[in-house]
Design a protein around this ligand. Structure first.
Ligand code: MN
Length: 235
């Protein structure tokens, strides 16, 4: 038995302050998890959390320096969404919020980049969000800091600058569903596995970026990343 072509490489994210790599299994994302962002997207009230996914190879790890994200095809409206990312290190399903933190391996800062025009069209037509959310390079991410170094995160500043101007700034305590509650909900529907990443939703201030823009964002106490939007990829 042999693979009929070389197996795809394992998606990984570097671990901060270490030469170790975190092997990625799946990427789950929470929709509308900060009240002011839910409002700017036209929603009010506390609805149960909902989830979508990105492929693991949509990651663009940026441990240091400036990462380059090619402007994706098929959109005229590429948006940034700065998010806290939770890295899962222990298998579990049907987890109670009170026990959820034991499954967290660490945290990172990530961008849930979104083709907003395609996502909007999908919403209107009742279609899946993949085309708006799950494209190549749609998940720039910092290195992962182990929870032993950060402690369990319930508050802290989350921020994003574009070309040096602040665009998003909020506190993790403003999440509608906190990390433990998010893990409780998600693990009702999926068995969480070591290597899973959870993008926990973005605060208000999402907006468009274009080639040449430099995004710099982070979560205080966790990490930061810097990404330049590059011209569209060409063959
Ligand atoms: Mn998001």
């Amino acid at each position: 038995m042999a693979y009929v072509f070389p197996a795809p490489p394992q998606a990984v994210v570097p671990v901060a302050g270490s030469i170790d790599l975190f092997p990625v299994h799946r990427i789950y994302c929470v929709g509308r998890n900060y009240e002011e962002h839910a409002k700017e997207m036209g929603f009010t009230g506390r609805e149960p959390p909902f989830f979508f996914a990105k492929p693991a190879d949509a990651l663009l790890p940026v441990a240091e320096g400036t990462g380059e994200m090619p402007y994706p095809p098929g959109t005229q409206n590429l948006h940034h969404e700065m998010e806290l990312v939770v890295a899962i290190g222990r298998r579990g399903r049907q987890l109670a919020a009170a026990n959820a933190a034991a499954h967290i391996w660490g945290y990172a800062a990530g961008l849930d980049m979104t083709r907003r025009d395609l996502q909007g069209e999908a919403k209107k037509l009742g279609r899946p969000w993949e085309i708006g959310k799950g494209f190549d390079f749609s998940a720039p991410i910092s290195s992962i800091t182990p929870i032993g170094r950060t402690g369990e995160l319930t508050r802290g500043r989350i921020w994003l600058k574009v070309n040096g101007q602040i665009r998003q700034e909020a506190d993790l305590s403003k999440m509608i569903w906190n990390v433990n509650e998010t893990i409780e909900h998600l693990s009702k529907y999926f068995e969480l596995m070591p290597g899973d990443l959870i993008f926990t939703g973005t605060p208000e201030g999402v907006a468009a970026v274009v080639p040449g823009d430099v995004l710099e964002g982070g979560v205080d106490g966790v990490g930061a990343l810097r990404v330049k939007i590059a011209p569209p990829a060409r063959d």
